[in-house]
Design a binder for this molecule. Structure first.
Ligand code: ADP
Ligand code: MG
Length: 358
């Protein structure tokens, strides 16, 4: 049997000065599940999280934590009575308290039980033996772990995290993300994590809720958002994209890369075929030998190299195509740096294309 959700957000809205910044946002999070609220800066993520935390009021909608309505018509339970753990970008540790006292801050019960829980968490975040230090003696990554331990210590029903990694050194961030996720999973916490970084959401989330202009535009598993974006902007949020324009005729769209099935688009409707750079392939086998239509790969199209750059894992090659004045970018694994002016044939992975109304 499925467990009841730990968090239900239902049609939450908030305006500031007559401007809707959060509109009709709904979400559910199961126990033990990490949901990332992902979207560009200013789209309303923090306001949503703050309403769930209770530090911001809602104009409309409901928030239910573990079956208790904490936001609803005539209901506003104060933040400290919601059973939540909070973590923000600035870890907001108490500078005058030791690490152990920071972690134990929200704990109730007898001293021995509190001490045991503090020790357990310091162990979990790999800071056993740090209890007597003070925050200023710790690195940024260590302070982050203390903040995580402090938020988790009282066993919150829900963890709310707002860009908790953005203050950290870029080079350390992936490691800290992974160890944080390990601790959250070991604690079985239900988590709402706000981020503007798609890589972070892909790396950490069981489910991503993609937000734009105050609304959730798509929800699902990370691979669903990446592989089946709901619109062009959702596709573009996760990577650079290439766009090929066409017109649907009889549920088909002819392009220089061959025909695409475009059911659901009216006759004469403009469509955009969107493909990520890594799914645009250079046809090395047949370079220069002309088109060879196949079912999966369609027809190769000719392009002239404008620029090629090596980025470490892959090379990015930009092409001027022979059609539509189009410029397309291919990501090729490893080192591939053809000279500008080189003519190559490109194919697209038809199964990796997205078709949207233009
Ligand atoms: P995000 O966290 O996605 O970057 P926010 O939720 O912080 O976005 O903000 C969404 C919008 O609401 C922004 O345009 C921001 O300026 C505005 N906003 C947030 N809080 C307030 C406030 N207290 N008063 C007025 N405007 C606000
Ligand atoms: Mg924010």
């Amino acid at each position: 049997m499925q467990q009841p959700p730990r968090l239900v957000v239902d049609a939450l809205s908030r305006s500031f000065g007559g401007r809707r910044v959060v509109e009709d946002v709904s979400l559910t999070i199961a126990p033990g599940q990490v949901t990332c609220l992902l979207g560009p800066s200013g789209c309303g993520k923090s306001t949503t999280l703050r309403m769930i935390a209770g530090v911001e009021t809602a104009d409309q909608g409901r928030v239910v934590i573990d079956g208790d309505t904490v936001v609803g018509p005539g209901v506003h339970v104060p933040p400290e009575a919601r059973g939540i753990g909070l973590m923000f970008q600035d870890f907001a540790l108490f500078p005058h308290l030791s690490v152990a006292r920071n972690v134990g801050f929200g704990l109730k019960g007898d001293a021995q039980a509190r001490q045991a829980r503090v020790d357990e968490l310091l162990e979990k975040v790999n800071l056993a033996g740090y209890g007597q230090k003070h925050p200023h003696e710790l690195s940024g990554g260590e302070q982050q772990r203390v903040a995580l331990a402090r938020a988790l210590a009282p066993r919150p029903r829900l963890m709310l995290m707002d860009e908790p990694f953005s203050g950290l050194d870029n080079r350390l961030r992936d490691g800290i993300r992974d160890s944080t996720l390990e601790v959250l999973k070991a604690e079985g916490a239900a988590v709402l994590l706000v981020t503007h970084e798609p890589d972070e959401a892909l790396r950490m989330a069981d489910e991503i809720a993609l937000m734009r202009d105050g609304r959730i535009v798509q929800r699902g598993a990370p691979y669903n958002l990446y592989n089946s974006p709901t619109d062009r902007a959702a596709a573009a949020f996760f990577s650079d994209i290439n766009v090929i324009e066409g017109v649907s005729r009889g549920a088909l769209t002819e392009t220089p890369f061959g025909r695409f099935l475009t059911p659901g688009h009216a006759d004469g409707a403009k469509v955009e075929i969107v493909i990520r750079p890594q799914h645009l392939k250079i046809d090395f086998d047949r370079a220069g030998r002309g088109p060879h239509p196949t079912e999966l790969e369609g027809t190769p199209a000719r392009g002239t190299v404008l620029r090629a750059r090596f980025l470490g894992r892959e090379s990015l090659v930009e092409f001027a195509m022979d059609f539509q004045g189009a410029r397309l970018t291919a990501a090729v694994p490893g080192v591939f740096l053809p000279k500008p002016g080189t003519v190559l044939w490109l194919m697209i992975r038809r199964d990796r294309c997205f078709v949207f109304a233009a």
